[in-house]
Structures are given as C-alpha cells and as structure tokens.
Design a protein around this ligand. Structure first.
Ligand SMILES: [Zn+2]
Length: 555
C-alpha cells in the first residue's frame, strides 16, 4: 500500500516536472458556453488542454502572450463540404487553408445526402493521407438510396428496398458515423417519401446519431421548380420544416435543418413562421436545431440563370462557361424559342418566377458580361436605363452576352433578406456553418465568400458591429453548441482534459475579407488556430500542418 502511494507520488512529481508544450497567458477566455469572458491562462500538453487558471511562470516549451485577445475553442463546422478536399492527393488541399484560417478545427462532412461509401474506407483514406482539421462523418441518405435502387430511383422505394437501406445506414453507424445527412431538393432525395426517411432515421436513434437535412424546399417551392413545366403545389420551406419536425417527433432523433434560410423576395419574412414552428416543436420535446451561414446570398445564387434551361436546349444546365462545348450558341437558341409566341409566354413566366426566387430584379447583380459597363449593376438598374422590363433585360443579357453561357452573363442573386438572417441567428438553437468545400485561389471566382470567412464574419458583422448576437453567443454557436448537437464530447469547450482545439482572435481586428468578387481572401484577426495542440495558423500565417483526426462517434 505504502509502495503504491510512493509510486503515485513519484509519478505526479515526474508529471509536474515536465514542462507544458504550450502556455497561453493573459488572454480573455470565451470558454464556449456563452458565458462572458474571464481572464485566465491555458496550458496545453500532449494535444489536450492540461490546465486552465493562473499559470504564468509555469515551465513551458513555448509561451504565447494573448493580451488583448480572446481565447476560445476551435470552431466546429456543422455543415461542411470539405469531404472531397480532405480526400485529395494534394496536401495543400488537405490542409484546408480556407477553413482553418477562419478558425475551423472540426468539419462535419458528407452533407446533403452525399457520402463516399463505405465510410470505413473514407476514414482509412483520411487517416492514411493525414488531414488539417478533424472530421466527423455522416451517412449520406442519397448515397444509400442509390446503392439500393441503382438508376431506378425516380419513385418511392419499396419496403424491401427500404429494408436494404436500413442495413446500410446501420453499417454506417457501426462505422462510427455521427448520423445521417439528407438532400431532399437534390437527386435522388427528391423522390424519397417522409415514411422512407422515418424508417431510416429510426436506425440511427439507437446509436445516438443526428438527422441533418437540406430540406425539400427553401422558398415558395423547390429549386428545380419551373411554373411552365412542373405541377403547382410543390412544398414550401415551411412545409419542409414541418416534415423535419414530424421526422423528429416520430423517431425521437435529434434533427437539424441545414443552412436554414427563407429564399426569394416573395417569401421574405417567413423565417418568423419557421422559428415559431421550431419553438413550438421544441416545447413539445422535439429535438430540432438549425445551422446557418451568415450571408444574404446563397450558393445557388452565385450561378443564377434566369433563362429556363428548356428554352435554350441546355439540359445539363450548368452556369460554367463553355461547358456545353464551343459550339453552344444559347443566344440563337433563345431567339428561335421566342419566335413561338406560346413558348415565349412560358419563358417570361419562368423568368419572372426565377427572378423573384433570386431576390427580385433589384437584388440580382451582374458579375461578368462582355459589356463591362454592366458589371456591378443590378438587373433592375440595367432595365430602367433602357426603359424595358427586367424580364426583357434578362433576355437581352443572353442575346448580347456570352453566347456559350446560359443566361449570357454571370449573375448573383441576393435571395435572402437580412432580417431573416438576423432572426434565425438570434435563436439559441442555431449553430454556425459554412456550407463550404475546401477551395484554393486557383479554383477561380465561382465560389462563395462563406468558403473563406463565414465564422469570422459572424463574429465581426453580427456580433461585434451590429449586436445581432453577443460575442459570447457567436462563439458558442461555433463551438459548444455544434459539439452538443452533433454529440462531439471531447471538443467545443475550454475544459481541462478536452482536446486542444483552440482559436486566439483579436476583437479589434477580426473581420471577414472575402467578397463575392474576391472570395479567396482569408480572414483577418484569427491569429492562432490549434488542432489537437498543433498550430494550423501561427501568428496569422497558415502552417500547412495536418494534425486532424477522424472523430469516432460514441453514444
Ligand atoms: Zn445543402
């Protein structure tokens, strides 16, 4: 007995004698709970937070003076498209510069129903290659649906098919996934019924997984809807919220409305009704949450094409210039369509609908067109200058623009109302996400500012400048809140024993620099970022390090 005590004493002496790997002194700690900042030092050892308190003068291999700075947990990105980049052979991509530079230390990948398969292979691949941020994996509902239904997915699944899908979902959960993602506005999720989803979500519940969903609609109707082609009465965003609530109610699962928003000028203000639905559902005990990126323009807004695909014979419907080949001449194709008065009316109907969905003509801006005088102007401004309607202006952009580009111009809509962004952000159940992939500057301008600076933008614009959310809660919504929703137990808070994923930022300088014309500009004021105790950002510079781990979900 005495010998054991002596050994223990010896052991603790040895531990004490060992200097910390890193000591952060003099900073103000925002611990991730949403509590106001306290002055405290943080010591890191072996990739973990070893101590928090008055530690100045303790032996440490390195000390950082964080005077005037905030020290907080690393940001956990609830809805990330980093999965492709993390699996890249290019180590620069795997370092995820656009993500770690904004303070992201963990990404929840495989969103919108799409995952590699099997997840065990994805995990092994990341571990073999090494990755910058940590990754939490999700089972993709669309992936599972395709594996079972093959190319015959444009219909509800049969009970036998659902049984097979359930097996695959269970397999993914046994491979330590954090839950299942769905993309119900996309192929093949569009054709799944609520009952199919309920059956599959039931499989994740015993494992404590989440169901996170890109809902069937984010507006007055789904993104694929064209009034001249499709049946009316398609689901609205509010219908979709009710579906997510029903799935939560019937399964008992934690459910997440991904990248929550109310798109379209005719739908602005609808966040209020959605918030009311969620509050009431939560009051009934349904475990529903949201995540959100802090912008009034969406990913799809960046490739706004007002001319319906059917009118220019572009089935692929890609905004990328020249994708249809050098021979594509969309201007001539449109002229031919417009010669038929019946078709011309339908084109105008579809343009009017799409214009509203992208925020209305005053909120659709030209980013590229052969006439450089158009760049930076709204559709409304251009139409007024010519004394024509915005619909006619959309047609003229195609006639006079790039002939090989659907729509003739690169347009961006601003389809989300800032009041709706604010209203959702103010909710205590809303976490921050980027909805971003890993991008390098050479990937070009066809990307979104959120790729580089969603989290710092929330700190600066919505927290420090406008006070839509307190700085404490802005940090909470990027740290402990997503950790708690996703079931990540060892991160998201500054606590002794938790993983040393940390951000040190300067409240005086922190800001988003990325814009829609220059999206690859990294954040300012994010001075240090540590993943598992290793620097991925050091004194404001990217290190290119790959210290991330693939997280293992446990109940
Ligand atoms: Zn999505």
């Amino acid at each position: 007995m005495r010998r054991i005590a002596a050994l223990l004493l010896l052991r603790s002496c040895l531990v004490l004698a060992q200097p910390y790997d890193l000591l952060i002194t003099g900073g103000r700690l925002l611990d991730g709970t949403g509590n106001p900042a306290i002055y405290s030092d943080v010591a890191i050892q072996g990739g973990k937070i070893a101590a928090i308190g008055r530690l100045r003068g303790s032996p440490a291999a390195r000390t950082i003076d964080a005077k005037g700075k905030y020290v907080c947990p690393g940001f956990i990105d609830m809805h990330s498209h980093a999965d492709g980049g993390l699996g890249s052979e290019d180590r620069r991509r795997r370092a995820a510069p656009n993500l770690v530079s904004q303070g992201i230390t963990t990404v929840c990948v495989n969103p919108d129903g799409a995952s590699p398969w099997p997840l065990s292979k994805q995990r092994a691949n990341y571990e073999r290659l090494a990755i910058g941020p940590n990754a939490a994996l999700l089972v993709g509902h669309g992936t599972v649906r395709r594996l079972v239904m093959k190319d015959d997915y444009k219909r509800p699944a049969t009970p036998a098919e659902i049984a097979k899908m359930r097996e695959l979902v269970r397999q993914g959960m046994q491979e330590k996934a954090f839950g299942m993602s769905a993309g119900l506005e996309y192929v093949p999720g569009i054709w799944s019924t609520t009952d199919e989803l309920i059956d599959l979500v039931r499989e994740i519940v015993p494992y404590g997984g989440v169901y996170t969903v890109h809902q069937r609609s984010e507006s007055t109707d789904p993104r694929w809807y064209q009034p001249s082609v499709d049946k009316p009465g398609q689901p609205t965003m509010l219908d979709a919220v009710e579906e997510t609530i029903r799935i939560g109610a019937e399964t008992g699962a934690t459910v997440i409305w991904s990248h929550a928003k109310a798109m379209g000028a005719n739908y602005w203000g609808s966040s209020k009704a959605a918030i009311r639905l969620i509050d009431r559902a939560r009051a009934r005990g349904i475990d529903i949450w949201t995540d959100q990126y802090p912008y009034n323009s969406t990913g799809g807004d960046g490739s706004t094409v007002l001319i319906p695909a059917w009118a220019i014979g572009d089935n692929a419907f890609s905004s990328a210039r020249g994708k249809a080949g050098a021979k594509a001449d969309y201007a001539s194709a449109l002229r031919r369509t417009m010669e038929d008065s019946g078709k011309a009316d339908k084109v105008r109907t579809d343009i009017t609908h799409e214009m509203a969905r992208r925020g209305g003509p005053e909120n659709i801006v030209v980013f590229d067109h052969p006439d450089h005088g158009f760049i930076g102007k709204s559709l409304d401004t251009l139409a007024t200058a010519r004394g024509i309607t915005p619909v006619q202006m959309a047609l003229e952009l195609q006639y006079e623009g790039y002939r090989d580009r659907p729509g003739g111009a690169r347009l961006r809509g601003f389809s989300v109302w800032e009041d709706d962004v604010d209203a959702i952000m103010a909710q205590p159940w809303n976490a921050t996400s980027t909805d971003a992939a890993i991008a390098l500057p050479e990937d070009g301008p066809d990307t979104h500012a959120r790729y580089s600076t969603a989290h710092p933008r929330k700190l600066r614009r919505y927290g420090l400048d406008r006070g839509v959310i307190s700085i404490e809660n802005a940090v909470r919504s990027s740290t402990s809140l997503p950790a708690q929703i996703m079931g990540i137990r060892d991160r998201g808070l500054l606590r002794e024993g938790l993983a040393a994923d940390l951000v040190i930022f300067d409240p005086a300088t922190v800001r988003d620099k990325a814009t829609f014309s220059e999206p690859h500009q990294y954040a300012e004021g994010i001075d240090f970022v540590l993943v598992n105790g290793k620097f991925v950002v050091e004194s404001g510079k990217l290190t290119g390090a790959l210290p991330g781990v693939v997280l293992t979900h446990s109940r």
